[in-house]
Write a protein that binds this ligand. Structure first.
Ligand code: TYD
Length: 195
């Protein structure tokens, strides 16, 4: 079981993945919780670049794909082979939404063509304005994608990417991410596995 959490910055993915992990563990599952950009060498480079880098958009798109290959090889596939439930905070849908801004969906699609679909994708739906309020409330330094204008564009790109992924059969579950963390968690548990 390989479940990816997706959504705009501020949509609550990191909180929800932690709550879902705890629920699965309480039900007796062994969970591997991970994220992209990964904690491997390519993921570290990407995080530095997100904070203000010099790498061009096309190479940046390739780096996300390289990090994804490394993440699958070193973390995700070994955990799946051990029979664990893998929860990842972001997967290729993030590239399709974020990198398509600069590269177009077709280019990002081809960069990510080799990656297997997750068993399910949990898409946390929250309007860009609400996401930005949450990001601002965190008080963290904004990365290169965290302005309202950018979030609106990325939200539209997520819609296009979701249509394309669903057309080939990917399972994408849309969750209303408004309300308290526990409200959203109950929606996730009601919609994803195990019910
Ligand atoms: P994020 O999950 O927000 O990490 P953190 O909460 O630790 O800052 O991810 C960092 C940023 O990376 C986020 O703005 C989305 C972006 N991103 C892409 O542009 N493409 C991708 O393929 C992935 C996985 C993330």
């Amino acid at each position: 079981m390989f479940i990816a959490f997706e959504g705009l910055d501020g949509s609550g993915g990191t909180t929800q993945i932690a709550l879902y992990q705890a629920a699965l563990q309480a039900a007796g599952h062994t969970v591997c919780r991970t994220r992209e950009p990964s904690d491997g060498p390519v993921g570290k480079l990407i995080r530095e670049e997100l904070a203000g880098g010099v790498i061009g958009d096309d190479v940046f798109g390739m780096l996300f794909a390289a990090d994804r290959r490394d993440h699958l090889d070193r973390v995700v596939n070994p955990a799946l082979a051990r029979g664990e439930v893998v929860l990842t905070d972001r997967y290729f849908l993030s590239s399709l939404a974020y990198q398509s801004q600069a590269l177009g969906l077709d280019r990002v699609w081809s960069l990510n063509a080799e990656f297997p679909a997750a068993t399910a994708v949990v898409m946390l739906d929250l309007p860009p304005e609400a996401c930005l309020r949450r990001v601002e409330a965190r008080g963290a330094v904004r990365d290169r994608f965290e302005t309202l204008d950018q979030l609106q564009r990325i939200a539209a790109a997520y819609e296009a990417a979701i249509l394309r992924c669903r057309a080939r059969g990917d399972r994408i579950i849309r969750i209303d991410a408004s309300g308290t963390p526990d409200d959203v968690h109950q929606r996730v548990r009601g919609a994803v596995w195990p019910r």
